[in-house]
Design a protein around this ligand. Sequence first.
Ligand SMILES: [Zn+2]
Ligand SMILES: [Zn+2]
Length: 206
Amino acid sequence: MRKTFDIHIHSNYSDGSNSVGEIVKRAKKIGLDGIAITDHNEIEGSLRAMEFDSAEFRVIPGIEVSSKEGHIVGLGVREVVYSELSAEETVKRIHELGGLAIAVHPYDRIRQGVGDLIYELDFDAVEIYNGHTLSVTKSPEDTMKGLNIPAVCGSDAHCLDEIGMAVIRVKGDPIEAIRNGDVKIEEHIKTSRILMNYFKKRTGLF
Ligand SMILES: [Zn+2]
Ligand SMILES: [Zn+2]
């Protein structure tokens, strides 16, 4: 049976709103089988979250690295990968640490993604749906053309409401499943909710 993981979540160790404990509680409540906390250039929240790892609820370590050429998630990584390396060096470092290098939101119109480097560098997966992406410069279908690595997705949640909006469904260990290319993706992205949260934050009105 496949299990459901949200592998792209931010805690208040970077720019997320919630503590690791709150994130884990919420993820369990909505029925996820596990998560990865992937804070920007910061590993502490992810390591804290590992304390909640169990057979029933898996917590995978991870980090979202701001490389010079765009954001890259290192999944399965337990230490900081320094930002401001080139994308190529970042991928190499993530591999040295035993992790998977995932090109996240590569074609986001607003935020920094690695774009066409997904076709050149040794990425293990590409995130084709991201819960925080409002607009892309290349469709998921076109992105995957000629690419021989699995497509994944993640909510990129920065608050509790957003957790689980884009998830992967895998058999067994998520890292191994991605390595083997046996991943299904599901998105439940509600753009209206993202916009509402944005205005809520900005205006404090509702
Ligand atoms: Zn990002
Ligand atoms: Zn992110």
